[in-house]
Structure formats: structure tokens, C-alpha cells
Write a protein that binds this ligand. Structure first.
Ligand SMILES: Cc1cc2nc3c(=O)[nH]c(=O)nc-3n(C[C@H](O)[C@H](O)[C@H](O)COP(=O)(O)OP(=O)(O)OC[C@H]3O[C@@H](n4cnc5c(N)ncnc54)[C@H](O)[C@@H]3O)c2cc1C
Ligand SMILES: *[C@@H]1O[C@H](CO)[C@@H](O)[C@H](O)[C@H]1NC(C)=O
Length: 514
């Protein structure tokens, strides 16, 4: 009986996975010719093909479809680039950027391809630069840092480091890319100990608009170094991230999942808010979510309690007592695992090939507001819950702890505009999976309503915050504006210095621009 609900929750994800793999949508009747003409990329793609032959893929090649299937969301897989380029070196990237400037053919760059909305890392009728061949993971001589290429997914990085019982501050899902997660911030199992991913980069190797390759660090191009910690794809394409290394005993973690029926659950919300204020144990982080199960017509909550080391006898660490005290429908046992095993499990619950959307909002950490926000989400979901095919809506809460914000001050601060005096904050991120494009509009407009209603309620109580976590933002949001006016001005000035012609603004239109 108890186990049933857990299986049901898993089945909700797995059953809609049957609808996945609809790519490539062979419905579209476009031809190679039409695609090449769309943005005048015929010259650029042809000349790339002449120079790089098998590193360039056209629509009529089998590999084109394979490449498109490697995006997480169907919206990105459906986007048809004029050609796909697979650079092997920073010099290859420099030459495609020069070619784009010369011909005016626009481009997009892809690391792990996990941003849900179309155009973020794939471009209709332009050149899509797939960074997957820049996949070095090289521990540096003194053992304090590792050089990681943007073609890696997090699982590739952890797998290498696990052998040495060391780790980096990286993603919590196997298939997410190093590039996007790190350039937008990067919340990790280790973030309460060491900060976000971006705060643990020692040097970025970047190809800038002129095609020059520069190293940005605290001491060299320090303005660019600051800008890249939150500035996404606006300053150049990063070809190497030098990341700080930390010891990690046996690479083991403890990860407990607890399922509770119903939403909102006030005891759990109180536990979540208390956890954020108390912040007694830096090894602990939380992902606290509500999920609607369409087949069962039921809301549940899933508390994922993460602990960055093994624990004695596999018993939950005391910092999570309040969550385990609430009677539950299911809880995991045997929760000590390697990081690689954990993040691979997470990936299998997030398959490629479905329609996806992520949104984000930030508020002061507050119990009554959190309850209201769940209630608003539920009210909005109620209106569409049975009509959207394969609908899996989720609402996730995370804390930006004061500890995390303190770590952001190391290395001269990042561009995110967060200040520990305003903390702790909560990131509230609603997301949805569904299967039919017919329902895109209704899902997106429902989430937009949730967003405006939630902000309005928070503003009335003086609990709203301008910050929007880029890595969860929808295409209708403006996370860079959320960094605050002073930071936006500074980012624009730095972009002007490194990219006076605005190559990364004009020719790379996807994702969040300055
Ligand atoms: C299932 C799932 C789980 C997630 N888990 C986490 C999590 O635990 N923690 C967290 O913080 N976030 C998480 N996220 C959010 C994730 O960080 C973002 O979606 C992130 O942008 C994905 O990075 P990517 O490289 O896979 O995406 P991509 O779509 O490949 O890239 C994202 C953007 O970054 C740009 N970019 C990528 N590489 C480079 C580069 N080298 N130089 C310049 N620009 C580049 C791309 O052009 C694109 O605009 C998760 C997302 C999903 C879907
Ligand atoms: C950047 O740093 C790397 C590693 O130290 C080095 O190999 C490379 O030559 C540097 N590049 C530039 C342009 O300085």
C-alpha cells in the first residue's frame, strides 16, 4: 500500500515517456534548399562544409536527426538549423564566429541542450554549434583544479573525478551540460558548502567576438571573469572551465526521498522554511516539490533531502528530522549512493523527447507566502489538469541560503546581484511536461497567470524579490534585468568592450540577451 504511491508517481513519468521519441517530426516538409535560404546561410554552411567536411552536418544527412534527438525538450528538437557544426578546438570556434560575422548567418551554441524553449541552444535556419567534441576533463598538475570542456555532461565529469575521490560543484542530473548550468549560476548538492557552480570557476577560456581566445580569471580580464558568472552566452563561447576541486570521501552521498499525499502540506512547508532559516548543516540541501498525477487525479509532494556525504547506518541526518516526522506514503531506504548513481537516476526520470517548460520566481523565505503560492499553482492547474495530454506539472521550492550568498562574494563577487542581507530567499520554479503541441498555449498561459498572481501577492506583503534564476527562466522572463540596474549597466559596458559590434547580441539571438 505504502509503496504503491511511489510506483504511481514514477509511472506518471514513465507512462508519458511512451509518448516521447516523437522526434524527428517528419511531418515538416521543408527541404534542405528552403532551410538554407531561410536566413541566407547557404554561403556560410557551404564554406564550412568545404573546410571541415565531416564536422558539418546538413539536413539531408542521417546524423542531422540524431543531433536533433539530443536535445532534452521536443521544442528544441523540432527547430531546424541550416547546418550543424562540431568544432574540435577553440580555433574552430573562432573561425565559425568570424564566418558568421562575415556572412551575417546567425548561430546558436549547445552544451547539454537542456534549456526547454526553442532557440536557446539551436537555431532555425542558422548554424548550430554543438560543443560536444570539446570534452576534456583534465586534472591540473597541482591537483587543485580540473579543466572541463563545455562538451561534457555532468555525469562525464563526476565519473572521472570519482576515481580520485574528488569532486566539483556541478549539476544534479547526469545529462545536463557543463556550459549552460555553469554560465547561469549552477545549484549543486555542494552549494551550501562551497557556493554555486559559477563561484567555483578559476579560469574561463573564451572565444570572443573578434575570434581571439582569452583566459578570464581574477587576475586577467577580470571584468570578463565577473561577467561570465551569470552572463550566459552574451560575451563569447567558453571553451574551457577551470573548476576548483574538493575532496569527496568515496564519492558518497545520502539522498532521501519522501512522498506525502496532498498539496499544500502546511507541516512540510513549515519544515522547508525552518530549514532555510536554521541552516545548521552545510552538507544539507533540499528540493521540495509538489506534483500533480493526472491518472490518479491526485496531488503529492516529494521532499528530496540531499546530504553531501555518507551517513551513519543510512539513517536520515538530524537536519531533516522535521520532514521525516510528518507521516508519509513512502520514503526511500538505502539512501547512500555515489553521486554518479544518483544523477543517473534523476536523468531517467527526465527523458528527452517531451514538450517542456520551466519558469522561476524569487521571494523572501516565508511560510504563509509559500502556502499561498502552492494554492495559486493548484488553482491554476485545476483549470487545465485533465485537458492537457500527458500533463505532469511540478512546483519546486529551493532555498538560496545566506551561506550560499556569502560564497558568492569570493573571487570579487558574481553578476547575479544577490546580497546576503536580503537572505534567505526561496526560488520557486514551476515546470511542466506534456506531449501535444496543441496544448502549448494553454500550458504557457496558465503558468504566466501563476507567475503574475504570485508576484502580485508577494508584492502586497513586501516579500517579492527581483532576482530570477536564469537556469529555470522561461522565454517570457528577463533574468538579466533581475540582476539589478547597476549590474546590467556593468554587463553592457563589458560586452561593449569585448564585442563592440554586438556579435553575440545580433548574430546569436537565442537565450537571454543584454
Ligand atoms: C532535468 C533538469 C535538471 C536540472 N537540474 C539543475 C540543477 O541541479 N542545478 C541547476 O543549477 N540547474 C539545473 N537545471 C537547469 C540547467 O542548469 C539549465 O537548463 C542549463 O542552462 C542547462 O545547461 P545545458 O548546457 O544543458 O543547456 P544548453 O541548452 O546547451 O545551453 C544553455 C545556454 O547556455 C549557452 N551555452 C552553453 N554552453 C556555452 C558555452 N560553452 N559558452 C557560451 N554559452 C554557452 C547556450 O548557448 C544556451 O544559450 C536543470 C534543468 C533540467 C531540464
Ligand atoms: C589559457 O590558459 C591555458 C591553461 O593555462 C593555456 O594553455 C593557454 O595557452 C592560455 N591561453 C591564452 C590565450 O593565454
Amino acid at each position: 500500500m505504502k509503496l504503491d504511491l511511489y510506483l504511481v508517481a514514477l509511472a506518471a513519468v514513465i507512462s508519458i515517456t511512451d509518448g516521447a521519441q516523437q522526434w524527428p517530426l517528419l511531418k515538416h516538409l521543408e527541404t534542405q534548399d528552403k532551410i538554407l535560404n531561410r536566413q541566407g546561410c547557404r554561403e556560410a554552411c557551404t564554406s564550412l562544409k568545404e573546410q571541415y567536411s565531416s564536422q558539418v552536418i546538413f539536413f539531408d544527412e542521417e546524423l542531422y536527426r540524431v543531433e536533433l534527438s539530443r536535445y532534452w525538450s521536443l521544442q528544441q528538437s523540432e527547430t531546424l538549423p541550416a547546418c550543424i557544426f562540431l568544432p574540435r578546438s577553440p580555433q574552430d570556434i573562432a573561425s565559425v564566429i568570424r564566418l558568421s560575422s562575415k556572412t551575417g548567418c546567425p548561430f546558436a551554441a549547445k552544451s547539454g541542450g537542456h534549456v526547454p524553449f526553442a532557440g536557446a541552444s539551436n537555431i532555425a535556419g542558422g548554424i548550430t554549434i554543438d560543443l560536444s567534441r570539446l570534452n576534456q576533463v583534465t586534472i591540473n598538475k597541482d591537483g587543485s583544479t580540473v579543466s572541463v570542456g563545455p562538451g561534457n555532461k555532468w555525469v562525464d565529469v563526476y565519473r572521472q573525478l570519482q576515481k580520485e575521490q574528488i569532486t566539483v560543484v556541478g549539476g544534479r542530473i547526469a545529462d545536463v551540460g557543463v556550459g549552460g548550468l555553469t554560465l547561469g549560476g549552477g545549484i549543486s548538492f555542494f552549494s551550501n558548502m562551497h557556493g554555486w557552480a559559477c563561484d567555483n570557476i578559476v579560469t574561463y577560456e573564451v572565444v570572443i567576438a573578434t575570434g581571439d581566445i582569452v583566459n578570464a580569471s581574477r587576475t586577467s580580464h577580470s571584468d570578463l571573469y565577473w561577467a561570465l558568472r551569470g552572463g550566459a552566452n552574451n560575451f563569447g563561447l567558453v571553451t574551457n572551465f577551470e573548476m576548483r576541486l574538493y575532496p569527496h570521501d568515496q564519492s558518497l552521498m545520502w539522498i532521501g526521498k519522501i512522498l506525502h499525499p496532498g498539496a499544500p502540506n502546511t507541516r512540510l512547508i513549515k519544515a522547508f522554511v525552518d530549514f532555510g532559516y536554521d541552516d545548521t548543516d552545510a552538507k544539507a540541501t533540499l528540493l521540495f516539490s509538489f506534483v500533480y498525477l493526472q491518472k490518479q487525479d491526485q496531488y503529492i509532494s516529494v521532499s528530496e533531502t540531499d546530504y553531501a556525504s555518507a551517513v551513519v547506518e543510512d539513517v536520515h541526518p538530524p537536519v531533516f528530522d522535521a520532514f521525516f516526522a510528518v507521516p508519509n506514503a513512502f520514503q526511500t531506504t538505502k539512501a547512500t549512493k555515489t553521486v554518479v548513481d544518483i544523477i543517473e537516476e534523476h536523468s531517467s526520470a527526465n527523458p528527452n523527447g517531451l514538450r517542456q517548460s520551466y519558469w522561476t520566481a524569487t521571494f523572501r523565505l516565508d511560510e504563509a507566502l509559500a502556502e499561498e503560492i502552492v494554492e495559486i499553482w493548484k488553482q491554476e492547474i485545476e483549470t487545465i489538469k485533465q485537458s492537457v495530454t500527458g500533463f505532469v506539472p511540478v512546483l519546486t521550492f529551493q532555498v538560496i541560503t545566506v551561506r550560499m550568498m556569502k560564497h558568492m562574494e569570493t573571487n570579487g563577487g558574481n553578476a547575479l546581484g544577490l546580497d546576503e542581507r536580503e537572505g534567505p530567499l526561496m526560488i520557486v520554479a514551476p515546470s511542466a511536461m506534456w506531449t501535444d503541441s496543441m496544448h502549448d498555449e494553454i500550458v504557457l498561459s496558465t503558468y504566466a497567470k501563476w507567475l503574475s498572481r504570485s508576484h502580485a501577492r508577494a508584492k502586497e506583503q513586501n516579500l517579492d524579490h527581483r532576482y530570477l534564476y536564469m537556469n529555470y527562466a522561461s522565454q517570457f522572463q528577463d533574468p538579466i534585468k533581475g540582476y539589478g540596474e547597476a549590474n546590467v549597466d556593468r554587463l553592457r559596458a563589458i560586452a561593449k568592450a569585448y564585442d563592440p559590434e554586438g556579435v553575440f547580441q545580433r548574430l546569436q539571438p537565442g537565450y537571454f540577451k543584454l
